[in-house]
Design a binder for this molecule. Structure first.
Ligand code: PLP
Length: 375
């Protein structure tokens, strides 16, 4: 059932722009394989739509966070290599094998479990089901083998027996800040730790890491955010194409007199007579309440401020600057994209484009443009 036919707000997702972004990043990674990170349901945009569009552009390697995400992705991508970043949950090796998934092994216990699986007769009979990624921690202190565990593993290589190491990877903490000294430190640690492990292709860079230069590319790069149009180079014009646009039509317009207030808490008070347009998008849709009195809409190419609080289903815009005929019921308003960069909107809300993107809700009518024909 399509419960969004009369939603009033439209989330436009440009799959051609997504594919173009993948090609741009692949070109930047000069020679390294360009994967696609589609965790969190394709950063909220529906992995079932996003991943096939990336595959059609040439992407063969995908990363998700959880085993459940990987199983769902396998249903739409029969051929691709699907890697599971959060590792190997206890007792799940047979599910990885059944769906042809590649675990990212983040700790010695997972290596031992996968090793036992890889040395079993069932895995030996099924080529390709003994592959795994080894994740070494180079400073994130979140997931991955700490240096001491990599050293223990190097002294006891039998623990890896049977495992086909498809990739050795690590993850950058500060890649969007090219001047940050963590980048060079993590690079040096990565070089040292991978040399202790069996020879295998290597991967370090996320979206922003690709822009740190050749030394960070290794054999595979793993962009997520930049595919979806988030700027991987903050402070420098965005090299990516816009993928997401949130639009809605004005529901009502009213005149208000000086001193009148708008919305909950009477947070906005009109300094003079003006006009308020109400638009059917609210925090229930992931349009963050922190944008109260701070966000903007684009109406007829003009940037107008959100006044009053963002409520569950509605926002209010001060359209006093516009001639009445340019802001009427039915007039389209852009709230993300179309002149309002997603990173800028997120910053106004005190967060990052990633969070805004993954929260954009299911209540919008989602319109996918380009890419594969709809399933
Ligand atoms: C999320 C993630 C990525 C992608 O990062 P972006 O900044 O979105 O490009 C790459 N690698 C790992 C390990 C991740 O968790």
């Amino acid at each position: 059932m399509d419960g969004t036919r009369h939603a009033g707000a439209v989330l436009d997702i440009d799959l051609d722009a997504l594919a173009e972004n993948w090609r741009r990043l692949a070109a930047r990674a000069d020679g390294a394989v360009c994967a696609g990170v589609v965790k969190a349901n394709g950063y909220g945009l529906d992995a079932g739509r996003v991943a096939p569009a990336l595959a059609a552009a040439g992407c063969r390697n995908f990363f998700v966070a959880t085993l459940d995400e990987a199983i769902s992705l396998r249903a739409v991508l029969a051929e691709a290599e699907i890697h599971v970043l959060n590792g190997l949950p206890p007792g799940s090796a047979s599910e990885f094998r059944a769906h042809g998934l590649i675990p990212v092994l983040n700790q010695l216990g997972e290596i031992d479990s996968w090793g036992a699986h890889a040395r079993s007769a069932r895995a030996e009979r099924a080529p390709g089901t003994r592959r795994a990624v080894l994740h070494v921690d180079t400073g994130m202190n979140r997931l991955g083998l700490p240096a001491a565990e990599v050293e223990r593993l190097a002294e006891d290589p039998g623990r890896l027996a049977g495992i086909e190491v498809a990739l050795v990877m690590s993850h950058l903490a500060c890649a969007e800040e090219p001047e940050h000294d963590m980048n060079a430190r993590q690079l040096a640690r990565f070089e040292r730790l991978r040399a202790l492990l069996p020879a295998a292709p290597a991967s370090l860079a996320n979206s922003s890491g690709i822009f740190l230069g050749r030394g960070y590319h290794f054999d595979m790069v793993r962009p997520g955010a930049a595919l979806y149009g988030i700027n991987p180079t903050p402070g420098v014009p965005n090299p990516m194409a816009e993928v997401v646009r949130l639009r809605a039509n004005i529901l009502q317009v009213r005149d208000i007199a000086e001193g009148e207030s708008v919305g909950y808490g009477a947070a906005h008070r009109a300094a003079g007579p003006g006009r308020i347009a109400t638009v059917p998008v609210g925090y229930a849709d992931g349009y963050l309440r922190a944008l109260s009195q701070r966000g903007f809409g684009m109406v007829a190419g003009v940037r107008v401020p959100i006044v009053g609080r963002v409520s569950m289903d509605l926002v209010t815009l001060d359209v006093s600057r516009l001639p009445a005929e340019q802001a009427r019921p039915g007039t389209p308003v852009d709230l993300v994209g179309g002149g309002l960069d997603i990173d800028e909107v997120a910053e106004l809300a005190g967060t990052i484009g990633y969070e805004l993107l993954v929260r954009l809700g299911r209540r919008f009518r989602r319109v996918y443009r380009g890419g594969e024909s709809p399933r």
